[in-house]
Design a protein. Structure first.
Length: 293
C-alpha cells in the first residue's frame, strides 16, 4: 500500500532498487505509485528509516536493558552520545507498541500485584513515582507509568524554595495504570498491594468485581537494591523482585549511581525498553522475536 495516498497494491509497481550497507539483504526494493506519482521503498515506513547504522539497534537494546548508561553505550558502540539519545526515542516507541501487542495475545490474568516505587529527575527535590503492575504467577509486567510527585520530609521546604510548587500527579498515574490493566487483561479476580490508602479507591473504581488484598509494608533487606523484603514469607514477592530487577538493570534507577533522569519522558522510554526485555525473558520465548532493523 502506498504510504502517501493509501492506494491498493494493484496500482504500485517496482521501480528499481538501491544498495544497502548493512543488514542481511544487500539491497532495498523501491516502488512507484501510479496514482500519486510518488516513489517509496521498503524502508520508508520502517522505524529505522534514514538510519545509517540500523544494525546497532539490537546491541543498544541489549546494553540499555543490562544496566549500562547511555554514555557508556556510546563508548562501547563507538558512536556519539546524541545518537544513543535519538535511538532511545525510537526503541522506546517500538517496544511500547510491541508490549501492547504481546499482552493482547495473552490477556487472561487472574492475579495482579501493583505498587509504586520512587526515583527522581535532576535532583532529589523533584521526585518521581513509578506505578508498576505485574502478574503474580509469571512475573510478567502488565503496565508501568511514570508520574511526578512533590518532595517529602525535610526536602519539602527546600524544594518549595528552589523550584516552587510541584503538583502531585500520582493519582493520574494510578488511573492510567488501572486503565491499561483493564484494557489489556480479562478475568482479573484478585488484586494485591500494600496498605497505601489511595489504592482501594482505584481498585473499586476499575475492578469492582475483583477482590483486593492489602499487606503491611516491611523493612527492605540490604541485598536486592532495597526492594526485596528482609526475612520470612513475602506475599508481594513477585512485584518486589521485579522492582529489584528494575533497580539493577536500569542504570538511572540504581540506589547509588552517577546517572540521573533529566526528563521523565525518557525514563518512560527506558522502562518500556526493559519491560519488553523482561517479558520476553520470563515468557521463555526466544529473543529473536525482537526485530529492530
Amino acid at each position: 500500500m502506498c504510504p502517501f495516498c493509501r492506494n491498493r497494491p494493484a496500482h504500485i509497481k517496482k521501480s528499481g532498487r538501491f544498495p544497502k550497507k548493512t543488514g542481511r539483504c544487500p539491497y532495498v526494493q523501491r516502488y512507484l505509485c501510479r496514482d500519486c506519482g510518488k516513489s517509496f521503498s521498503d524502508a520508508t515506513t520502517a522505524p529505522t528509516f534514514k538510519q545509517r547504522k540500523p544494525h546497532l539497534n539490537r546491541k543498544l537494546f541489549d546494553l540499555l536493558a543490562a544496566g549500562v548508561s547511555q554514555r557508556k553505550c556510546a563508548e562501547l558502540l563507538r558512536i556519539h552520545r546524541k545518537t544513543v539519545a535519538r535511538r532511545l526515542l525510537m526503541l522506546g516507541k517500538t517496544c511500547r507498541e510491541r508490549n501492547q501487542k504481546q499482552l493482547a495475545k495473552a490477556a487472561k490474568v487472574s492475579t495482579v500485584v501493583f505498587d509504586e516505587m520512587e526515583t527522581f529527575e535532576h535532583t532529589k527535590c523533584k521526585p518521581l513515582s513509578i506505578a508498576l503492575a505485574v502478574e503474580e504467577k509469571s512475573r510478567r509486567i502488565l503496565a508501568v507509568h511514570v508520574s511526578q510527585m512533590p518532595a517529602k520530609g525535610h526536602l519539602a521546604r527546600i524544594a518549595m524554595k528552589r523550584y516552587g510548587y510541584r503538583p502531585d500527579k500520582r493519582r493520574e498515574g494510578l488511573t492510567k495504570l488501572m486503565q491499561d490493566i483493564k484494557e489489556r487483561t480479562i478475568d482479573v479476580q484478585l488484586m494485591k498491594s500494600d496498605e497505601c490508602p489511595r489504592y482501594p479507591l482505584h481498585v473499586r473504581r476499575h475492578f469492582p468485581l475483583a477482590e483486593h488484598l492489602t499487606y503491611k509494608g516491611r523493612r527492605a533487606c540490604v541485598v536486592g537494591q532495597g526492594e526485596l523484603k528482609a526475612g520470612g514469607f513475602d506475599p508481594l514477592f513477585s512485584l518486589n523482585h521485579t522492582c529489584a530487577m528494575f533497580r539493577d538493570n536500569v542504570k538511572r534507577l540504581a540506589r547509588r549511581t552517577w546517572c540521573t533522569t533529566k526528563k521523565k519522558e525518557r525514563l518512560q522510554d527506558l522502562l518500556d525498553i526493559y519491560t519488553a526485555y523482561h517479558n520476553w525473558r520470563v515468557s521463555g520465548r526466544a529473543r529473536r522475536t525482537l526485530r529492530l532493523r
